[in-house]
Design a protein around this ligand. Structure first.
Ligand code: UD1
Length: 419
């Protein structure tokens, strides 16, 4: 297993190009079985979760090719309906093949994702919504076994604006009979990117980006070439990297419009942000950064996927603040590792109380999930001395070439083998 060795305390300076969005690419790739002919995806980040998705598509009967940041997918063989446990257990987003397979084949057998490091994360809302469109589900040997004749339109109100649930339903409803209305739908930019992709293939989706989405089912979807949006969480992470090291970074290919809540919070903390371009942003830590209060919320609120990173910044900011996590019930596993670096953080299950300290002190720490890993790297960049972040396979799931990008702007960070 690999670890990252970081010698902290260097202010970062320079330019970083933001990669394609992992969370947009996953559902958009997973939609491939819905589409007649081949699809060409551009701006796809080279990440472990993307390779897992391509393996799953291959098992389902697609042919895939990944060159540079372009992926070609075409249906080569008869479509299969089973997503095996070995793949699903490594990537919960595999459950996104449920909607496309039911719509295309009337059958989907997908391993139940089970618990994961950041909470129970059930899929009950996905299943209940698909049931309203005519699907039936059995749980059989750890698999969700879904069957339907042709899916039909339905008027569905989600209990919570679930991102994956909304995405599964967008894909299923695109090839269903009649009209589907999704109320209390997720408004995340990645949901919009999926809807824009499906529309580029001939789907009739309206209202994405609002909480009511209408989908008029069509008979078929046809090939297109589609550039995946840039990754707002990767961009947000590097914004914090500039702030936490007292440096200045220009981020290009930056989805500035999708980062409003993060920009707003960082400005409140005293970070200087120049955001007058649609696809570039300059983040400079000019003066002392101070703690604020943060509550994670569905988009357009502050993203849960940036909670760990902003906590790292608060740990070395002036004053004290609270962070409330409202999306996931168990997403503070980075706290005990930050404390190992000298941070002053106390937490209950949903709220963390952070009091800034003058400096963190490097130590070996262990990453527990993707965004927790990013938080520990950020803390390591700010800490005095050497920080070793172990179990960074989590990072490789979601950040393209992170250490190369950080090294190119002056960080002292290397990858090594864990003993
Ligand atoms: C997606 C993102 C993840 C992000 C999250 C919230 C991807 C691949 N992942 O995850 O990075 O942190 O959105 O912005 O895009 N829930 C249920 N029942 C369901 C579905 C969800 O109870 O059927 C709960 C979950 O346990 C969680 C909350 O709802 O507590 C939000 O989940 P959801 O919005 O569905 O997140 P994901 O799509 O899993």
């Amino acid at each position: 297993m690999d670890k990252l060795v970081i010698r902290g305390g260097l202010p970062l300076s320079g330019r970083i190009a933001v990669s394609g969005s992992k969370n947009a690419a996953l559902p958009i790739l997973m939609a491939a079985p819905l589409i007649d002919g081949g699809v060409c995806y551009e701006n796809v980040p080279r990440l472990r979760d993307i390779h897992t998705t391509l393996r799953l598509l291959t098992l389902l009967g697609c042919e895939t090719e990944f060159e540079g940041n372009t992926v070609q997918v075409k249906q080569a063989n008869e479509l299969q309906f089973e997503a095996p446990y070995d793949l699903v257990k490594t990537m919960r987003a595999s459950v996104l093949c449920l909607g496309p397979l039911l719509a295309r084949l009337g059958r989907a057998r997908v391993a139940l994702p089970g618990g994961c490091a950041i909470g129970a994360r059930p899929v009950d809302m996905h299943l209940s919504a698909l049931e309203q469109m005519g699907a039936r589900f059995d749980l059989d040997s750890g698999y969700i076994d879904g069957r339907c004749k042709k899916l039909h339109g339905a008027h569905i109100t989600f209990d919570f604006p679930t991102v994956g649930g909304t995405e599964n339903l967008l894909m299923a409803a695109s090839l269903a009979e009649g009209e589907t209305i999704l109320e209390n739908a997720a408004r995340e930019p990645e949901v919009c990117d999926l809807a824009n992709f499906l529309n580029a293939c001939g789907a009739k989706i309206h209202g994405h980006g609002t909480s009511v989405i209408t989908i008029q089912g069509v008979d078929s979807l046809t090939s297109c070439t589609y550039p995946i949006m840039s990754d707002r969480i990767e961009a947000g992470t590097y914004m914090v990297a500039a702030a936490i090291t007292g440096g200045s970074l220009e981020l290009v290919n930056c989805p500035t419009h999708a980062l409003e809540a993060v920009i707003h919070k960082l400005r409140d903390m005293g970070v200087h942000i120049q955001d007058d371009s649609d696809d570039a942003i300059v983040v400079t830590a000019r003066k002392t950064v101070r703690c604020v209060d943060v509550t994670t919320l569905p988009y357009p609120g502050f993203p849960t996927d940036m909670q760990a990173q902003i906590m790292a910044l608060m740990c070395v900011s002036e004053g004290a603040g609270t962070i409330k996590e409202t999306i996931f019930e168990n997403r503070f596993m980075h706290v005990q590792e930050l404390v190992r670096l000298g941070a002053d953080v106390k937490c209950t299950t949903r709220t963390a109380f952070v009091r800034g300290v003058e400096h963190l002190q490097g130590a070996p720490v262990m990453a527990s999930d993707l965004r927790a890993s990013a938080c520990l790297v950020l803390a390591g960049l700010a800490a005095k001395g050497t920080t070793e972040v172990q179990r960074i396979y989590h990072l490789d799931r979601g950040y393209e070439a992170m250490e190369e990008k950080l090294r190119s702007v002056g960080a002292d960070i290397t990858r090594a083998k864990e003993a």
